[in-house]
Structures are given as C-alpha cells and as structure tokens.
Design a protein around this ligand. Structure first.
Ligand SMILES: Cc1cc2nc3c(=O)[nH]c(=O)nc-3n(C[C@H](O)[C@H](O)[C@H](O)COP(=O)(O)O)c2cc1C
Length: 343
C-alpha cells in the first residue's frame, strides 16, 4: 500500500501523499505546534510528527488545552507518535487520534530513556518479539491510517538482525520505517552510521526515512546518496535552522521557495510569537528556553543569546534580551556551519 515515486519525489502511503519526502522529527518539548508551524511557514516539509505521547494517557488528555495536542491547520500531514508496550492501550489511543483527525500513527521503537525502557516500551519492546507483534498488529487492526515506526540500528549494528526486524514490521502492515542511524546506546553527538542503513535497505519494500545528523543541504545530499533512503527525517537541524528543510527540498527535490530568506532574528521572533498564540502563558518560557538552546548553537556568539534567554524570568525579559543580542553587529553575520560529520 506504500510506495515511493522517485521521479516526483513523493511518497504514497495508503493514499496519503508525502511531498517532499522530508519529515520534521518527533522531539519531546520541541516538536510542538509552535515549531511545527514555524517550519511549515518556511516550507519544504512533507510530514510532521508529534513528540511521543503515552498511549495510556492520550485518551484522557484534553484536546483543547493539552500542550501536547494543540495544533494548527498548517501542520499537515501530522502523525501522532505513540509510546506503549500494552496492546490493550492501542484502541483507545487510536480512537482519540481519529477524533483529532491525525493523518497517521507512529510507534516509537527507539527511545532509550531508562523510564520508558522500565515500562518495556520504546527500545525495550524490541526485546519481546511476541509483545511487539501484539502491539503492532493491534495498531494495524484499529486503523486505516498509515502506520509508521521509528527504530535505531540495534545494540551492536547487526545488519542481518536489523533487516529481519524491518521485514517483520513490513509483514505486520507497517507503511513507513524511519531509521535513526545510531546504535541503541549511542548519544546524539556520535557520528551517525549512514552506511549501516545502506546495507540494510535492499530488499525492504516499504519506504525508509533516514534520520540522524543532517544539518545542511550537503549532509542531506550525502546521506541520501549513501543510503538510497526514500526520504529524510530531520530533528535538531530544523531547530537550529527552521529553513533547512526548505533548502533541502529546493536543492534535492525540485521544490521552489520564496526568494527572501528570513533572518535568524525573524525566525527567533516568529517562534516567540507562535509560542504566545499556541500556549498558555505559564507554558511559554520553558519551551522558548528549550528551543533557544538548539537554535543559538550555529549563531555567532550564539552562547550569548542562549545564556541570556536561559537566565530570563519572563517572556518579556527573554524578548528584550534577544533584541539586544540581535542588535549587535556580530549577530547580523552569516551563521557558522559546524555540524556532525557522518561516515
Ligand atoms: C530533545 C529531543 C527530544 C526527542 N524526543 C523524541 C521523541 O519524542 N520521539 C522520538 O522518536 N525521538 C525523539 N528524539 C530523537 C529525534 O527524533 C531524532 O531521532 C534525533 O534527534 C536524531 O536526529 P537529528 O540528528 O536530526 O536531530 C528526540 C531528540 C531530541 C534532541
């Protein structure tokens, strides 16, 4: 039911068109409505994900005021990412996603956080194949929406085991697989292992999205050339540079974008105002701080912006301090281009 049309750079998942084949990654505290809207405004994104949502809690969250569920019309198509190890939790969670008019459902099979693993979810679900099968087949039976999964490379980079896992998931009716190209225990600062994905890909029919370490158009080009993946999922790179997906879509997928590229200041304050429109006052500053920690990284003297925002006690103070940072001559220079180097 899913296929990739290379010529048109479009993925087809059960009637859903994903074009360009570039996704904004699920990231706790970051991939909320404000960031999704900002990246949507900059363009070049074919698919959005929520941050991981606990399947047990989702049916009880208020769709109108839960910060996890707030969204706007531009954040489409949107896949809701579930985290669970309990097949019985699937149906109520999926019912809620249907009510929320999500366009797809993603299962998190890659989270290494100890608290999640203790519940047998995320990475730990892969250690119990019968339970995994029960969860995935429950998901498949409950919905006609596209179902995707997000995985890592495994404990030791055993490509045979990884391919078997992908084929198993494909056999269970999964429509899209995202591979975060790092071993289970590897930190995000470690170079991603794109070449391992290249070894695994042949013979897998569902489209693969490559994730990990894409911070520039050149990274995107190289990672696609190495892996032959059908598309990309980008996380921190989109927080650092909300226009990165548009640049990649333009250079690699024949997308056209506006000629005026918003400045870093424009991006910062657009995000700032989106936080004000999407979230209750008490929820804004924490999200601004989390965003700024990544956003400031590639900027000249970005640590000054970052520490100014981290030290702020209110949105107004953070806004004033950010204005001051952007008023300096150095802040107007081109952004630095230091990023992960992959194999
Ligand atoms: C702050 C943060 C939160 C994350 N939360 C999630 C999550 O909720 N679900 C998930 O599957 N991955 C999560 N990830 C992993 C990202 O989706 C992605 O796999 C990782 O950042 C590597 O991609 P990148 O190099 O493009 O950032 C998170 C990453 C970060 C940095």
């Amino acid at each position: 039911m899913s296929r990739c049309d290379q010529a048109n750079s479009t993925l087809f998942l059960r009637g859903l068109h994903i074009s360009p084949p570039i996704a904004l990654a699920p990231m706790v505290g970051l991939s909320h409505s404000a960031l999704r809207s900002l990246v949507a405004e900059r363009g070049g994104v074919g698919l959005f994900f929520t941050e991981m949502l606990t399947a047990r809690r989702l049916p009880h969250d208020n769709p109108f005021c839960s910060p996890l569920l707030v969204k706007s019309a531009v954040e489409r198509p949107l896949f809701y990412q579930l985290i669970t190890a309990e097949p019985a939790e699937i149906r109520p969670a999926v019912d809620r996603i249907h009510q929320l008019e999500g366009q797809g459902i993603d299962l998190n099979l890659g989270c290494p956080a100890p608290m999640i693993r203790k519940q047998g979810a995320g990475l730990a679900l892969l250690d119990d194949r019968r339970r995994l099968q029960a969860v995935v087949s429950a998901l498949r039976k409950c919905t006609e929406l596209p179902v995707s999964v997000k995985i890592r490379l495994g404990k030791v980079g055993d490509t045979k085991a990884l391919k078997n896992l992908c084929l198993f998931l494909e056999g269970e009716g999964v429509d899209l697989i995202t591979i975060h190209a790092r071993l289970d225990e590897e930190k995000f600062c470690r170079h991603p292992r794109w070449s391992t994905v290249a070894e695994v890909r042949p013979g897998i029919s569902v489209p693969l999205l490559l994730n990990g370490g894409i911070f520039s158009v050149e990274d995107a080009r190289r990672s696609l050339a190495i892996t032959g993946a059908a598309g990309l999922m980008i996380g921190r790179g989109a927080v650092r540079c909300p226009g990165l997906l548009a640049d990649i879509a333009t250079e690699l997928f024949g997308w056209t974008q506006d000629e005026v590229t918003p400045s870093s200041k424009d991006n910062f304050f657009s995000f700032f105002h989106l936080l004000e429109t999407r979230f209750a006052p008490e929820r804004r500053l924490g999200r601004l701080k989390q965003f700024t920690a990544y956003f400031a990284e590639p900027l000249f003297f970005g640590h000054q912006l970052s520490s100014a925002v981290q030290a702020s006690k209110s949105m107004a103070e953070a806004g004033e301090r950010a204005e001051l940072y952007f008023s300096h001559e150095f802040a107007k220079q081109e952004e630095t281009d230091h990023h992960d180097r992959a194999d």
